[in-house]
Design a protein around this ligand. Structure first.
Ligand code: PLP
Length: 394
């Protein structure tokens, strides 16, 4: 049986991490892997998370199973955080999942159960795992234009034209904020136009919201998602708590499914629980309990929001500094897009050869498609990166 297995292509980002570890040069800089790092290079446990864990440890009296769809209080708290007033409770089914990835997987499973002929429309480029999960599942997908290589912004005309070709019953996968890997995002007006296109085509949106709070603020980052959900009869949202709560390894996420008719809600809810049952049965609880403990406690929630805001503003300051350094070095504003991008990532628009040169000459590790993790920088390494970008001829 196992002799027939074929080697899987290594994950490019994990391979880059291995190369980074093996590099013995002093002052090497890792801008590859997609986790937040503070200025000292540490991925910290947030203060409110520690406090919530302590509280859970003191008060938890059982480790018995929760519910197949997950803890209702967690789902309710997350529903409020993600959708706010845009949530129509009578039409929404929710599922606790194994991270945001688990939510995306279950969303695709549900879409395929609802429409075996579903085609998924996904941005070009997108988070590579979107494509690899769909390839593995055998779900057909087409890519819509998204990134404008010239401006490093969104090619919105291209996006709209391509999305206009979606059919009723197709799925349109959108990044709610902080697009990964490009950092280029839709404006409020463009979100409204996307809602119009969805309206015209009858395609169903699936919004991947993995970085709420990392871009323009907790509420601001959810605005596009809320607009789409309030306009579309049917919609799905896959939310991750990995980044904004810094609980990557706890595997905490949620899928929300909005149905058109309240009469269909219970069947959708039952189907979601069924999907968990078939995949891993009960979802993990610890991360969900941390999130719910924080969100339902005014003091903890305020402290968490304050720390998240420090993280967000720190990344914005690094963006501003890098764009400024590059403006000074090149005497042009052609890297100003770095300050306009939002979230942890920016796509530089460098060629693979230039990315390679930056690694060889300056020991700075950037993903081959020229995605760099802004959070891997600090005030001292920004000028080093700016110099390396210019020296590589980007
Ligand atoms: C765009 C995007 N979606 C979803 C995820 C899923 O995150 P997780 O499964 O760790 O919650 C990530 C994580 O890197 C991401 O970048």
């Amino acid at each position: 049986m196992f002799a027939a297995l074929k080697p899987q292509a290594p994950d490019k980002i994990l391979a880059l991490m291995g190369e980074f570890r093996a590099d013995t040069r002093q002052g090497k800089i890792d801008l590859g892997v997609g986790v937040y790092k503070d200025p000292t290079g540490v991925t910290p446990v947030m203060r409110a998370v520690k406090a919530a864990e302590q509280r859970i440890w003191q008060t938890e009296t059982t480790k018995a199973y929760t519910a197949l769809a997950g803890e209702p209080a967690y789902l309710a708290a997350m529903g409020r955080m993600v959708l706010g007033d845009a949530q129509d409770g009578a039409r929404t089914a929710s599922l606790s999942t194994v991270g945001g990835t688990g939510a995306i997987r279950q969303a695709l499973e549900l879409a395929r159960m609802g429409n075996p002929d579903v085609t998924v429309h996904v941005s070009d480029p997108t988070w590579p795992n979107h494509l690899s999960i769909m390839q593995f599942m055998g779900v057909p997908f087409v890519q819509y234009r998204y990134f404008d290589a010239a401006t490093r912004g969104v090619d919105f005309d291209g996006m709209k034209a391509d999305l206009g070709r979606a059919k009723r019953g197709d799925l349109v996968l959108l990044h709610g904020c902080c697009h990964n890997p490009t950092g280029a995002n839709l404006t409020a007006d463009q979100w409204a136009e996307v809602a119009d296109v969805l309206d015209r085509t009858g395609a169903v949106p699936l919004i991947d919201l993995a970085y709420q709070g990392f871009g323009d603020g907790l509420e601001e980052d959810a605005a596009g998602t809320r607009l789409i959900v309030s306009r579309a009869p049917e919609a799905m949202v896959a939310a991750s708590c990995s980044k904004n709560f810094g609980i990557y390894r706890e595997r905490t996420g949620m899928l929300m499914v909005q149905v058109a008719d309240p009469a269909a809600r219970d069947v959708a809810q039952g189907t979601l629980a069924y999907l968990n049952r078939q995949t891993y049965s009960f979802p993990p609880d610890h991360g969900a309990r941390i999130v719910q403990t924080i969100l339902d406690d005014e003091g903890l929630a305020a402290d968490w929001r304050a720390e998240l805001e420090e993280v967000r503003l720190g990344m914005l300051a690094l963006r501003g500094q890098l764009a400024g350094e590059l403006r000074a070095l090149t005497g042009s504003d052609r890297f100003d897009f770095i300050a306009r991008h939002r979230g942890m990532f920016s796509r530089l628009g460098a060629s693979p050869e230039q990315v390679q040169r930056i690694k060889e000459d300056a020991a700075i590790y950037i993903v081959g498609d020229s995605r760099l993790n802004i959070a891997g920088l600090n005030r001292d390494s920004v000028p080093v990166l700016a110099r390396a970008i210019v020296d590589a001829g980007v």
